[in-house]
Each structure stands twice: as structure tokens, then as C-alpha cells.
Ligand binder design. Structure first.
Ligand SMILES: [Zn+2]
Length: 464
């Protein structure tokens, strides 16, 4: 072949490669960050569950990246979502109870998108995401879709707060937003609350996974049902789990599937990044209790994480290394080509699915849970966990290589492994405390909670 033909061909090939590289980035990526509250990953098909709870989420996992071992910063809604929004563990963002709010000086993911010219929308469907705790920071519109009707009172009001099926309303709002939007890009945070108790999915989801049950347990008013307790009848417990699974299927269809249809109808599928995660899991008496905000075992600390963006995120990759809720913000920002928050502690996970994960440094999960009843902190490494119970003044060590279900914690500080793990726990804790002191704080107090809100939170089992 003549030399000049070779040169022309080479130039053409390089040009095409450059075009392929540049074109997908020439249009900014839209982002939908979805938190399905209280969703245990081991109840999703793509994480190995045998019931068909999640056909849409499973498809997105097959077409994107799934993180096998993702962990929250806590086991309840309020601090976990602020860790998601800031890339900071709870000890650093400082909101560990309902008496604290996110400091105005902290940088949120919505603020970064807004600064970069994005429209920023937040939709929330549960009361622990109210703006009073600082969640609205950076959103052009932060919308309350809890379907809480102030015209109701007494029992009616509680019923609305507990049992309202909020996913369809949230998706109606998404439909409005997409129809009314004038231009891209947008960042949409979508919080879906129906998997959270009560477990009261509408037909056919209520009977989908346990159609023959006729016992005394239903998913309504779980916190006060005398049939629900440690050591409860196994068929009753199985029914409770079936109702929880029914809620997952309901959200998969009414939430995620409908979202994909809406994006498709607006021609947005090719340039939208979908992130599916949760704030915490749910305990079904694996450690003697029900619900969450009770402890820091993996039943409530582990969360799902799936990224979907064809052409940008590889197809069907599973990341096995341990990663954290605080890593989601830097990962999303890197995928969108935006600068990171200078104060973020989380690490971008993009290299975990683009260049191999095996040589990556282990990411320690530092978690806490605090309420009027308890104060625990935990360090989760890939091989072990340390839990410090401040109220009982007890430290526990769990060897995750032999006790993945965390049934046999060691409580005596004997043995070099336990001691080394505790040293690591205190080192990391000290470093986080030291880092927190380097940040500048405005210290605006959280508004006083009115009786109405107290009642709503009490109905969900949170307050005394
Ligand atoms: Zn939650």
C-alpha cells in the first residue's frame, strides 16, 4: 500500500477514535440518584435472592455495575442520607440524632451540580428527609411527596403517615418535571419510602409471595403488634418478610420501571446516569430485634449500589471490594466530569470498574448509630468488624471470614487480632475527629420539633 494512503487511514482512525471519546462527553450527563429506603440488597434478585422481587433493578444491574459489598454510615435514614449527600461519615457531618442539622457550610452533591449549571430537583417521601435537617441545600426545588395530609387528624393522620403509598405520587412528580423541563442537564434525587415499614403493599403485591397465609400478622402497625417479637412464630415471621418483599416488587414496578419508561419517552436514556442505592437495611430478628436504628450488623448496615449508564458504565460488572455510601458522591461527580468537593472523605469508585479492583486499597467503613436508647460505633473492614457499645461500655470483635452472619461476636479483649482491630478503630476515629476540627462550622441549630412531626416519627417507631 502506498505510504500516503497509510497516513490518511491512520489520521482518519485517530480522528474517529477521538470523536468517539469526545462525543459522549459533549453533552452533559443527567443524573437520577435513587434511594429506596430500607432496602436490603440480599432481597434483590441481582444479589442472589430467589424470589422475583426486582426484575427491573436486576436488568439495570445486568446492564451496568453492581457493587456486591456496599455499606452505609449508619442504620437509619437521617444521617445516612446526609452521608450520601456530603461524602462525609456521620462523625464528620455531625448529624447523628434528630436534634442536629446539616451545617450550612458543608458542601452537598446538589450544590455541586447547581454550581455546574444543572437543574437540581429533590423528591422525598419520608419525614426524616424534611428540609429542617438541611436536606434542601443546593436544590432548585426540594419537594415533599410524603402525602401527609394536614387536614386529617388523630388516627387518620397516623394512618396517612404510616400507610401512604408514596411511590406513585413521587413518579407523577417526576413525570411533571421531565415534561416541564426546558433544557438539560438535570440532577434528580428520588427518595422512595414504600419498602420502609409499614409493610402494606396493595394487591397483588400483598399476596404475591405468601398467598396461603391466614395467621394473625399483617404489615400494618408493626411497632405495636403483639404478635411481632423475638421468637415469634416462624410462619408469621415468614409472612412479614413476604410483605416486605411485596413492597420491593411494588417499588420495582411503580418506581424504577416507570422511571425508565419516562426517561425513554423523553429520549433521555442515552445520556442519563441512574444510581440505585438505599440508606440502610432491615433486621428481622437475626440479632433479636426488628427494624433498624438498633445496631450496626450487616442486616441493617449493608446497602445495594447499582450504576447504569450505557456507553459510560461497563456492562454487567460486579465489584467485590467493600465500598461505602460516602463513595457514591465522588463516583457520580467523576462520571459527570465535574470537580470533587474539596472536603469529601469518600473516594471515587470509577477505577474499581474500569481498571480492576484487586489492587485497590481497602476502604474502611466507619459507622455509628445513636438514639435515646443506644450509642454504638463500628469499624467494618473486609475481614472483620469492631463494634463499640458506649452505653454498655462493651467492645465486640467479629471475624467476618468465619462468621459472616455475625452470630458469634467476641467481647473479651484478648488476642492480638482483637487488639489490633481496636487500635485501628481508635486510630480512624481519632483521624475523623481531627479532620472535623479543620472544617469551618456555622452551627445553625435545628428548629424545635412540633408535636405533629413528633407524632409522625413516633408512628414510624422512632421517637419515645
Ligand atoms: Zn431509612
Amino acid at each position: 500500500m502506498k505510504r500516503w494512503i497509510l497516513i490518511v487511514l491512520t489520521v482518519l482512525l485517530i480522528g474517529m477514535a477521538l470523536l468517539l471519546f469526545i462525543l459522549p462527553r459533549s453533552k452533559p450527563l443527567n443524573v437520577v440518584l435513587i434511594s429506596i429506603d430500607t432496602l436490603r440488597p440480599d432481597h434483590l434478585g441481582c444479589y442472589g435472592y430467589t424470589r422475583p422481587t426486582s426484575p427491573t433493578i436486576d436488568r439495570l444491574a445486568r446492564e451496568g455495575v453492581r457493587f456486591e459489598r456496599a455499606f452505609s454510615s449508619t442504620s437509619w435514614t437521617l444521617p445516612a442520607h446526609l452521608a450520601l449527600f456530603t461524602g462525609l461519615p456521620d462523625l464528620v457531618h455531625r448529624v447523628m440524632t434528630e436534634d442536629e442539622r446539616l451545617d450550612d457550610n458543608r458542601i452537598t452533591i446538589a450544590e455541586i451540580f447547581k454550581r455546574n449549571g444543572y437543574r437540581t430537583w429533590g423528591i422525598f417521601t419520608g419525614p426524616f428527609l424534611l428540609p429542617r435537617w438541611g436536606f434542601d441545600q443546593g436544590f432548585d426545588a426540594y419537594m415533599d411527596l410524603t402525602l401527609y395530609d394536614k387536614k386529617l387528624d388523630g388516627a387518620e393522620m397516623l394512618q396517612a403517615s404510616e400507610r401512604g403509598r408514596t411511590t406513585p405520587g413521587a413518579l407523577d412528580k417526576v413525570e411533571d418535571l421531565l415534561s416541564e423541563r426546558k433544557d438539560d442537564p438535570f440532577f434528580l434525587f428520588l427518595h422512595l419510602f414504600d419498602v420502609h415499614a409499614d409493610f402494606d403493599p396493595p394487591p397483588p403485591y400483598d399476596q404475591m409471595f405468601d398467598p396461603d397465609y391466614s395467621g394473625p400478622v399483617n404489615g400494618i402497625d408493626i411497632m405495636n403488634n403483639p404478635n411481632i417479637h423475638a421468637g415469634m412464630n416462624l410462619p408469621d415471621l415468614a409472612h412479614l418478610v413476604s410483605l416486605y418483599d411485596g413492597e420491593i416488587r411494588f417499588v420495582d414496578e411503580m418506581g424504577i420501571s416507570r422511571l425508565m419508561d419516562l426517561l425513554d419517552a423523553h429520549g433521555l436514556l442515552e445520556r442519563t446516569l441512574i444510581v440505585i442505592t438505599s440508606d440502610h437495611g432491615e433486621e428481622f430478628f437475626e440479632h433479636g430485634v426488628f427494624g433498624h436504628r438498633q445496631n450496626l450488623y450487616d442486616t441493617t448496615l449493608r446497602i445495594p449500589l447499582i450504576l447504569w449508564a450505557p456507553g459510560l458504565v461497563p456492562l454487567g460488572v460486579t465489584v467485590k471490594r467493600q465500598i461505602r455510601i460516602i463513595d457514591i458522591m465522588p463516583t457520580v461527580l467523576e462520571l459527570c466530569g465535574l470537580s470533587q468537593s474539596p472536603e469529601c472523605i469518600g473516594k471515587s469508585l470509577v477505577s474499581y470498574f474500569t481498571s480492576g479492583e484487586s489492587k485497590k486499597k481497602e476502604l474502611p467503613v466507619f459507622a455509628e448509630v445513636k438514639s435515646w436508647k443506644r450509642y454504638h460505633e463500628a469499624l467494618r473492614m473486609e475481614q472483620y468488624k469492631v463494634i463499640h457499645d458506649y452505653k454498655k461500655e462493651e467492645k465486640m470483635y467479629i471475624d467476618l471470614t468465619s462468621d459472616l452472619n455475625e452470630q458469634n461476636p467476641v467481647t473479651k479483649t484478648t488476642g492480638i487480632t482483637f487488639k489490633e482491630a481496636l487500635d485501628k478503630f481508635f486510630d480512624i476515629r481519632f483521624n475523623l475527629e481531627t479532620y472535623k476540627k479543620t472544617l469551618i462550622w456555622s452551627n445553625r441549630a435545628v428548629p424545635e420539633m412540633d408535636e405533629e412531626l413528633r407524632q409522625r416519627l413516633r408512628s414510624l417507631g422512632y421517637l419515645k
